[in-house]
Design a protein around this ligand. Sequence first.
Ligand SMILES: NC(=O)c1ccc[n+]([C@@H]2O[C@H](COP(=O)([O-])OP(=O)(O)OC[C@H]3O[C@@H](n4cnc5c(N)ncnc54)[C@H](O)[C@@H]3O)[C@@H](O)[C@H]2O)c1
Length: 390
Amino acid sequence: MKTLRIALIGTGFMGRAHSHAWQTAPRFFDLPHNVEMAVMVGRDPQRTAAEAARLGWAEASTDWREIIQRDDIDVIDICTPGDTHAEIALAALAAGKHVLCEKPLANTVEDAERIAAAAAAVPDQVALCGFSYRRTPALALARRLIEEGRIGRVRHVRAQYLQDWLSDEDAPFTWRLDRELAGSGALGDIGAHSIDTAQWLTGSQIVGVSAALRTFVETRPERDGVVGLGGTAALDAPRRRVTVDDAGAFTARFADDAMGVFEFSRVATGRRNANRIEINGDRGAVAFDFERMNELEYYDASDEGHRQGFQRVQTTEAEHPYMKAWWPVGHGLGYEHTFTHEIVDFVGAIAGAPTGPDFSEALHVQRVLDAVEESARSDSRFSAVKGITS
Ligand SMILES: NC(=O)c1ccc[n+]([C@@H]2O[C@H](COP(=O)([O-])OP(=O)(O)OC[C@H]3O[C@@H](n4cnc5c(N)ncnc54)[C@H](O)[C@@H]3O)[C@@H](O)[C@H]2O)c1
């Protein structure tokens, strides 16, 4: 069996989530290739060496350019902020590597176009974007039900992605609040997940939007310690200007004429990571909330009237997507499993079983983000998504 040698760039939240997944995937799933966790790449030599050792990487480095040029590396896993994705992904593709790139694909449509074009030019190299929620068994089941026609023709898509880690106006400044580094705020950070999930579940692209974006807190104190997505800051710390949105909403028109309503916020008090979607068709509906990630609600309009209603499916049966590899029925999964499944699918794709989202799908998400910003700038005027392919 072939062995893939992996280099992962970034030692933060996603660096740790992906490291865990690279460790776990070959231990719980029968992968078509061996994987070897070769190098973790960071910026600070000491911190990177410590994280690499702790998370199971054979080597640590602070020079991603040098690592990408090495012949003994097959895969580059990009877990850094969006401002770095284009440069790293382009270099990795040019060097003949398979690439897993965190979402959103880039900070601008122009960069996303360059990355997608470079990937399209090397079809033997797998290029996957990390929209990890697709790998939640309940959402994968929802997709299966929709593909089988169980909810009929889709009319409504209703998606919300709500967090509250920025609701305190003294929550510190991080790269996620800097447009230069993050591209946008709640929109690209979490709204992008809803866009990808909605298009993937329905099999239909968003073709136009009418949007509004808001920044409720204009300045935030410099961070002095990292905790979760935010951290700590002294009350008298200098404040920096926030250059991205805190929250937003848009209505969407889909290519197949379904209508969508999307809302995303990092200041939705009380909602920690409520990534929700409900899709209503003419024969039924599905509903999901990541805060109850082991459940899918399913409604079948053909049930007899006296027993009609949403049924709660616990997605822990062996026949549910990805579940055969895990625990006895009823013993649920967590956030980290979505990344393990992403690695399973990525390695499967390298062995010839295609999976998505490839970079052209991720580019379309980027174009929707762009249309949302354009509409928000023009007082919510309808904005067509550019470059529709189907
Ligand atoms: N799939 C998901 O659900 C999900 C969740 C969180 C974040 N993300 C995405 O993952 C990416 C990283 O986010 P995060 O939460 O891990 O951020 P983070 O701040 O926790 O970690 C970022 C890491 O990148 C490193 N880094 C930054 N600039 C670099 C450079 N120029 N060269 C080398 N290393 C550099 C930092 O040192 C740090 O180790 C972003 O694109 C983000 O949108 C995806």
